[in-house]
Design a protein around this ligand. Structure first.
Ligand SMILES: Cc1cc2nc3c(=O)[nH]c(=O)nc-3n(C[C@H](O)[C@H](O)[C@H](O)COP(=O)(O)OP(=O)(O)OC[C@H]3O[C@@H](n4cnc5c(N)ncnc54)[C@H](O)[C@@H]3O)c2cc1C
Length: 406
């Protein structure tokens, strides 16, 4: 009998896992079950070029339908997995179908945090940006002059703000923390993006919370803030973080803690159940982390596929990420968690710069703003462990590339 490989969740990680597994085992029966109606797709453009109408739904698909057929990968779309029975090695779908597995992979991703209905989170005109349907609904608001309120000054909120402002809407961003991007970057990077948004006409309010959204006939018309002020709005975009889809794993008695806990091989506490992508939490340089990025979804999924196929492959991430806002590209190499020092360097081109993050004297991460060359150098440094020092980087005549060629 061929081995039955089941993958729950049909996103970025599922697609990579299935493809890699097929390369290693041509006989296994591979099935992906996903609750969305679309072929597995890339999410990053949803808050960028898709919402502005510059990309079609089809161009988001990671692989065309023919790829699944050619690789003999069955895709069950629009169906939710509601139960895992670890004793009988079966999963149950929301249409009561039962599927057997020899090995199971959970790639269930995350979902956005929602605003509670008591403060108006369920009013019409309040949008999230997670899936194609969310972005399609949001795109219906793209009319010049309309007033958008973005709640949350993280990457997704700021990208959506830039996308709507670039199409001529009035955009305000409200961030409860002292500064935008506080959770993910240092003050210099926040300052750069605050200035960029101001120059492009986005108003940013920091250190301000939303008390409630005010509705009229069930549709949002205004927002009230923690300082007692109010603002009239036509629609609201909520970008206040995500939570891992780990309930299915939890109910099956797998270990979860703000994500499905996996070891370096992507294995849960059940040797036949693996997990990959946004839904996982694992140890990285002494910290427990959950990475929400394409890099992690792809690389961890490929390592999990190898482990499921019996080729032992530990996953050690080399994180990288990007964000596009107006005409600026931020590229991040490494993770700045726990940084103690930063060095800011001007780039060679106007409006380019880089921020180098150190933890106790050791380089851990770099924000490269409009500077792809520095991003590539930083990625190579971090992955080859040939690291520039604080002193070297403080010297503006020092070329970081010299570290890699010496
Ligand atoms: C708007 C937006 C912009 C982004 N921009 C960037 C960026 O610029 N750069 C970057 O690196 N990353 C970006 N990301 C993050 C990146 O898209 C994710 O890290 C990546 O999609 C994670 O892949 P995944 O397979 O783990 O999860 P997902 O792609 O989310 O796939 C999980 C799938 O599982 C399904 N599912 C969950 N539970 C079940 C169940 N019980 N049964 C069946 N199906 C289930 C979900 O509905 C979903 O379709 C962005 C994300 C968003 C939303």
């Amino acid at each position: 009998m061929e081995k039955q490989i089941l993958i729950v969740g049909a996103g970025q990680a599922a697609c990579s896992l299935a493809g890699k597994y097929r390369q290693l085992d041509s006989d296994a029966v591979i099935t992906i079950v996903g609750d969305e109606e679309y072929l597995p797709y890339q999410r990053p453009p949803l808050s960028k070029k898709f919402v502005t109408g510059e990309m079609s739904v089809e161009s988001l698909f990671l692989r065309p339908n023919a790829w699944y057929e050619r690789n003999n990968i069955s895709l069950i779309s629009g169906r939710r997995v509601v139960h895992i029975d670890r004793n009988s090695k079966q999963i149950q779908l929301d249409d009561r179908r039962i599927l057997h597995y020899d090995m199971l992979a959970l790639t269930t991703g995350t979902r956005p945090r929602v605003l509670p209905s008591e403060i108006g989170g369920d009013l019409k005109g309040v949008y999230l940006v997670r899936g194609i349907d969310d972005a399609k609904a949001l795109a219906t608001e793209m009319t010049v002059g309309r007033r958008a309120l973005v709640i949350g000054g993280g990457y997704i909120g700021l990208e959506a703000a830039a996308a709507f402002r670039s199409q001529g809407l009035q955009v305000r961003v409200v961030e409860m923390a002292d500064r935008i991007l506080q959770r993910v970057s240092c003050a210099e990077t926040s300052n750069y993006f605050r200035k960029l948004h101001h120059e492009n006409g986005v108003q940013i309010y920091e250190g301000l919370g939303v008390e409630r959204l005010i509705g009229d006939n069930g549709r949002v018309v205004a927002a009230e803030f923690s300082d007692g002020s109010t603002m009239e709005v036509d629609f609201v975009i909520v970008g206040v973080g995500v939570v891992a889809n780990d309930e299915l794993a939890c109910e099956a008695d797998l270990e979860v803690d703000q994500g499905i806990l996996v070891n370096a091989f992507g294995q849960t506490n059940d040797k036949d159940i693996f997990a990959a992508g946004d839904c996982t939490r694992f140890k990285y340089l002494g910290h427990m982390i959950r990475l929400e990025s394409v890099q992690n979804a792809v690389d961890q999924a490929e390592s999990v596929a190898a482990n499921m196929a019996g080729v032992e492959t530990a996953y050690f991430p080399f994180p990288w990420f990007w964000s596009d806002q107006f005409d600026v590209k931020l590229q991040i190499a490494g993770l700045n968690q726990g940084y103690t020092d930063t060095v800011v360097r001007k780039g060679a081109k106007p409006r380019s710069m880089s921020v180098w993050y150190f933890s106790n004297g050791r380089l851990i991460s770099v924000d490269a703003i409009n500077d792809p060359r520095i991003f590539m150098i930083a990625k190579k440094m971090l992955s080859s462990n040939r690291l520039a020092s604080i002193e070297q980087l403080r010297d503006h005549d020092f070329d970081p590339k010299s570290i890699l060629v010496s």
